[in-house]
Ligand binder design. Structure first.
Ligand code: ADP
Length: 656
């Protein structure tokens, strides 16, 4: 091979490779985008066409076909449909979509189809020989098989007969049919179809009137001129505009306006009105047709030839009724046959006559009442049972407390009696022996005295508790300075605390707080708290009393750092006979009724007693007494009870 030949050979190889690559590239870019020109006959927002394109786009995206482009055009044939307009439209679309930029044309309904079927046959058109898909086209349109080679789609199936059957079922007495339509080929086709069926099956039985206009005002005007009679029904189809603004009126608004002029039930075979307040209809579903076209587009994109794609009739219509309208128009619910789809019915709602609904509601109310009755009886029975159990439990507890109390009490009684008996024996023996030492005898008598007081305290407490329980514990109220009353008692108890080396601290926020109290009873209360504090505070402990004023009360706090009471037991200590420790574990004397009486006394003073306690940390008793004063009463300075020492001796008799 010469050098020149070699160069020619290499160049040829490079050129061929490049051509091959560009071919592949061209193929792949073509593959990358598949352009579908969607031609809508009417305006943007036209309900039927929107439903179809919605179904089409959903189908494509559900099948993950992301590289199919839709070029959507609205031909506005309702406004313009003359030769010049169609010509200018074709020119405009030719410029906008040059040869090769579109892979498939889809005419959404018959008017667009009529115009563009010729374009795919026209050798001079940019759309020559492009596959054409269609929907809404009458299958009796005459096309040669040659022409049909380039086309496939959905043929229109007339659904008027289904609509008429539904109307006959639901409103069998109808004698007049108002056919309300837009002024268009579509509107006329509805009228034509209804007339054909009436002529064929209902001649002389039913009269038809065609009310047609693109403007709702014209429709309502004509409706208002017709006498409303019970044997009339309306059939509606198409879209309506406002005469002044030219704007399209929403289906819901159209129906509600028509209802103002005609009380007759409204039917439709136009999906636009499906949920707009009509009684019912037999309808094609645009979305279903969109899906069929979508499937055809995917086939074409994957290389299938249009001549191999079979045209199909529209899916069979379904009949629908609106649940609420059945009752609005007094339709017999049993006339709705099984195949009819009931819209807007909740799953719990039944398609039955209103009177039956009344009976059902009545039965429901009765059963609800019965159920509530059963529940109430059950709850009552359960509560009664719980109450009985609670009462039994309480009775058992009381029994136990009582028997504990009796055991304690007998112990409490026996101890001082034994001591008294023992002491008198000792005294007797000493006297027999001639031992007449005065101090010795006095100390023995003091012992007898103390234990006699202890017995007295127990018997007083039992009497007071019984009085309190029967409401016999009466107060002898006097106005006095409570600070003095408490302080006097406090001072008299210091001696008893000192025996255990307990520090006693008294503090008050103010020197004088006047209140009406039963001094004797309050002294007993304070003494009881102090005697408990001394009993339950170990040696070297501290007991403090603090008095202060609150908004409407005076508060007396008795605090110790003794053994304390556990949280579970704190709630019980004001109960009768309650002692935290039982007879065998306790270290102190007591009958377990002191705090019960304390609470009774505070209660009848309209006061409150609270306790805060922590085991091994100590207890704080807080008494709140209302700062009431008795009118026309001289105030008592301090204690009016003369023999305070006697009371102290009495209350402290079980403190050692
Ligand atoms: P008692 O006469 O047995 O002391 P109370 O009714 O006065 O009866 O007290 C009931 C029980 O409450 C006592 O037995 C004791 O267990 C407990 N208690 C009362 N005050 C205190 C306190 N300051 N510290 C610890 N425990 C106390």
């Amino acid at each position: 091979m010469t050098k020149f030949k070699k160069i020619i050979y290499i160049l040829t190889v490079i050129l061929m490779t490049q051509m091959f690559i560009s071919k592949i590239h061209a193929k792949s870019t073509k593959d990358a985008s598949f352009n579908v020109l969607v031609l809508n006959s009417y305006h943007q927002g036209h309900y039927w066409e929107s439903n179809i394109t919605m179904g089409l786009k959903n189908y494509i995206s559900n099948n993950n076909e992301s590289n199919i482009n839709f070029k959507v055009e609205y031909l506005d044939f309702r406004v313009n449909h003359n030769k010049e307009y169609i010509k200018s439209l074709k020119d405009m679309l030719s410029k906008k979509y040059p040869k090769g930029s579109i892979d498939v044309i889809y005419t959404v309904n018959d008017e667009a189809y009529e115009v563009f079927k010729n374009e795919v046959k026209n050798i001079n058109s940019n759309f020559y020989k492009l596959p054409l898909l269609f929907s809404g086209v009458d299958n009796n349109l005459e096309e040669t098989s040659k022409e049909k080679e380039n086309m496939a789609g959905i043929y229109h199936r007339d659904d008027t007969l289904d609509l008429m059957i539904l109307m006959k079922d639901l409103t069998p007495k109808a004698r007049y049919i108002n056919i309300i339509t837009e002024e268009s080929g579509y509107g006329y086709s509805i009228y034509k179809e209804v007339s054909r069926i009436v002529d064929r099956y209902l001649k002389d039985q039913v009269k038809i009137r065609h009310i047609k206009s693109n403007y709702l005002e014209d429709i309502t005007k004509e409706l208002s001129e017709i006498k409303n009679s019970e044997d009339t029904i309306n059939v509606i189809g198409g879209e309506f505009q406002n005469e002044n603004s030219g704007k399209y009126i929403t289906p819901i608004e159209v129906i509600s306006t028509i209802k103002n002029y005609s009380s007759a039930p409204i039917y439709s075979n136009d999906q636009t009105y499906m949920n707009a307040g009509i009684l019912g209809g037999s309808m094609d579903i645009g979305q279903e047709q969109g899906s069929i076209i979508g499937e055809m587009i995917i086939k074409l994109k994957s290389g299938e030839k249009i001549e191999n794609i079979k045209s199909v009739p529209e899916p069979k219509v379904k009949s629908y009724v609106d649940y609420n309208s059945i009752y609005e128009y007094n339709i017999n619910p049993f006339s709705v046959i099984k195949d009819v789809v009931v819209l807007n019915k909740e799953p719990f709602e039944l398609l039955i006559p209103t009177w039956m609904k009344g009976v059902l509601i009545f039965l429901k109310i009765i059963s609800i009442i019965i159920i509530i009755g059963i529940i109430i009886t059950f709850i009552r029975f359960r509560n009664d049972k719980l109450k009985r159990i609670e009462i039994q439990k309480r009775a058992k507890e009381r029994e136990k407390l009582k028997s504990d109390f009796i055991v304690n009490l007998s112990h409490e009684l026996r101890t001082p009696i034994n001591i008294i008996l023992g002491t008198t024996k000792v005294l007797e023996k000493s006297l027999e022996k001639g031992n007449l030492d005065k101090d010795y005898i006095l100390s023995k008598l003091e012992n007898v005295d103390k234990n006699a007081y202890r017995l007295l305290k127990i018997s007083n407490n039992i009497i007071d508790m019984t009085k309190a329980e029967s409401g016999m514990l009466k107060l002898n109220l006097e106005n006095c300075n409570i600070v003095c009353v408490v302080e006097d008692i406090f001072e008299s108890s210091i001696d008893f605390a000192r025996r255990k080396n307990i520090d006693m601290v008294f503090d008050t926020e103010c020197e004088e707080v006047k209140v009406a109290i039963d001094i004797f009873q309050i002294q007993r209360v304070i003494l009881n708290l102090l005697s408990n504090a001394i009993k339950f505070t170990p040696e070297n402990g501290v007991i403090s009393v603090y008095i202060y004023k609150e908004k409407e009360n005076v508060v007396i706090e008795v605090k110790d750092n003794g053994v304390g009471i556990s949280k579970e037991k704190v709630d019980y200590i004001f109960h009768r006979f309650y002692q935290v420790d039982n007879l065998y574990t306790r270290h102190n004397e007591g009958s377990g009724i002191g705090l019960c009486i304390v609470k009774e006394i505070i209660d009848i003073h309209d006061g409150k007693i609270q306790i805060e306690s922590e085991i091994n940390k100590g207890s704080t008793f807080k008494i709140c007494l209302p700062r009431h004063l008795k009118v026309n009463e001289m105030q008592n300075e301090g204690s009016s009870i003369k023999d305070i020492n006697k009371i102290v001796d009495l209350e402290m008799s079980d403190v050692y």
